[in-house]
Design a protein. Structure first.
Length: 66
């Protein structure tokens, strides 16, 4: 009767460890998703800035033949 109780206890502890690790993974995935969203917004802003800066240059450089 001792060995089955030990096996059940170890099984429960194993599930508890897996649960804790799952929560940690979930938290890290949410943090990573937040960082990806922030970086995506920064890239979009930089692309818009680049487009606004390139528009006058394209207008001036349209007559130049290379």
């Amino acid at each position: 009767m001792l060995w089955p109780m030990i096996a059940v206890a170890l099984g429960f502890l194993g599930l508890a460890v897996l649960g804790v690790l799952a929560v940690r993974v979930f938290v890290e995935v949410r943090r990573l998703a937040r960082q990806v969203a922030q970086t995506s917004e920064r890239i979009q802003r930089a692309a818009g800035d680049l487009e606004r800066a390139a528009t006058p240059l394209a207008a001036r450089g349209g007559g130049v033949k290379g």
